[in-house]
Write a protein that binds this ligand. Structure first.
Ligand code: ATP
Length: 458
């Protein structure tokens, strides 16, 4: 990787963060003990003075995958205590899958970090991802992606909203690992070398080796990709704002004016809108989106199904709703929380077991619920709404909080729509678009990015 003007030395990167973060700030540093996160913590602790309005906390996740991991976490605890920074260790207790172990440990790590951030009410979680990590990510996505728009080339976002409530920031994303190590050496600090960072079993490790020997990383291309990605998503947000309505959380309508204009923007908006309506964590895949776009471009009324969503093109616009298949009932124990069909989070605050499943459609009711839609579409939409059964007491559930009017047991049942593609992980690039969906579905609004002047208007 060649050096570039966009490389930020560690001390400068931290100063930039401290200049823009909203204060007072409690920063939760996710520290593995590796060079990058150790550099992050040490640089922050040096830069923060009493009275600056910024306080530091640190957390280490013990993935319990290697025998020495508990001891390593303790050595991080010792560093934090020397620096006077409160530190917690959380152990990943869950089952460890054989396949997809890296992804599962990342999921578990983020879940535990969000838990800790909730406990201390952190302004943001900080990680030590570097420009080297970014280059690897871009290289892996470039090799893998078959999508012609290749949005992955924008790499990791500098800010990501986790579980819809805690911002994670990556202040070292423009900083080289070698510079962080030089900084630590200069400070007389050491770090832990994780042996799995050398294990060629991992794709990232192989890509790292390749970049080190032959690669030069094009920082300008990355900047362009980030701009393109953000502009596309913001244009999609405007399209949704101006031309999409969603009724009762299940029936979306795209007005004819929204079917004209830039195809790439429409494609991006529809691939994510269908993931939201279909309760799927990922945007509609490339081939499926191609099929939908070809169908729409033909302009002929009709319908097709893709990603569990029916796209129904009529003269008055495009209707989209979850297809009426594979909607399995789900039992939620008293006090339990569960997600039904990837679309609704149900908190059963009652003392009785409840069952959530699809609504049996009724022509008259469907017409009343969706008065502006053609009758067949109204019936289809009604049949994918959630229906709750508690001790043989039935009631239809809309997309809001529902209190049992004659409950068989005391308590409440809360049904909240989810935003499947953004619920766990919302990169800053898609914030405006996700916010439009949140408004249309009646979800809670997202917390603002804890950075001054960050409001990016669509
Ligand atoms: N076990 C962990 N506990 C807390 N945070 C972690 C842990 N593992 C990774 N992180 C955070 O995620 C970032 C990226 O993870 P990655 O696996 O690339 O890092 P690493 O190689 O373990 O260590 P480092 O990035 O500190 O050199 C880290 O910089 C750190 O902020």
């Amino acid at each position: 990787m060649t050096a570039s003007a966009s490389n930020l030395p560690p001390v400068e990167a931290i100063q930039r963060l401290l200049d823009v973060i909203t204060k007072p700030a409690r920063l939760l540093v996710a520290i593995s003990g590796g060079s990058d996160s150790t550099g992050l913590l040490v640089a922050l602790s040096k830069a923060i003075s009493p009275g600056s309005g910024v306080s530091l906390f640190a957390a280490t996740v013990d993935h319990a995958l290697r025998p020495e991991s508990a001891e390593e976490a303790l050595s991080v605890a010792a560093l934090c205590s020397r620096l006077g920074i409160p530190h917690v260790i959380r152990r990943w207790e869950g089952e460890k899958p054989e396949a997809g172990l890296s992804a599962a440990s990342r999921e578990a790590r983020y879940r535990l970090l969000v838990e800790i951030a909730d406990e201390i009410d952190a302004t943001a979680i900080l990680t030590g991802h570097t420009l080297d990590d970014q280059a690897e990510t871009v290289a892996m996505r470039a090799a893998r992606s078959g999508r012609e728009d290749n949005l992955g080339l924008a790499g990791m976002a500098e800010a990501v909203l986790l579980e819809r409530r805690r911002w994670l920031l990556r202040p070292f994303l423009k900083t080289r690992r070698a510079d962080i190590r030089a900084f630590l050496t200069n400070e007389g600090e050491s770090w832990i070398d994780d042996p799995s960072n050398l294990n060629p079993h991992y794709e990232r490790v192989r890509v790292r080796g390749k970049l080190a020997t032959e690669g030069s990383f094009d920082a300008a291309a990355l900047t362009r990709a980030v701009k393109r990605r953000t502009a596309l998503s913001d244009a999609a947000a405007r399209l949704v704002h101006d031309h999409v309505t969603i009724r009762l959380g299940v029936l979306a309508h795209l007005a004819p004016a929204g079917l004209a204009g830039d195809g790439a923007v429409r494609r991006h908006a529809l691939s994510l809108l269908s993931a939201v309506l279909g309760g799927r964590a990922h945007a509609l895949r490339g081939e499926s989106t191609n099929r939908v776009m070809a169908f729409l471009d033909s302009g002929r009324p009709g319908r097709i199904t893709a990603g569990r969503v029916i796209f129904d093109l009529r003269r008055d616009g495009l209707y989209l709703a979850r297809e009426n298949r594979g909607l399995m009932p789900l039992v939620v124990a008293p006090g339990g929380i569960a997600v039904w069909d990837g679309r609704y989070r149900i908190a059963n605050g009652s003392a009785a077991e409840i069952i959530i499943g699809p609504t049996a459609p009724d022509r008259e009711e469907a017409r009343a619920l969706f008065p502006d839609a053609p009758p067949a579409i109204a019936m289809r939409a009604m049949s994918v709404m959630p229906w709750v059964e508690a001790n043989s007491f039935f009631f239809p559930a809309g997309s809001s909080t529902i209190a049992l009017s004659q409950p068989p047991t005391a308590g409440q049942i809360h049904i909240m729509p989810t935003l499947a593609p953004f619920d766990r992980f919302l990169p800053q690039f898609d914030l405006n678009l996700a916010s439009e969906f949140a408004v249309l579905l009646g979800c809670d609004v997202f917390p603002p990015l804890p950075v001054k002047d960050s409001a990016r208007k669509s």
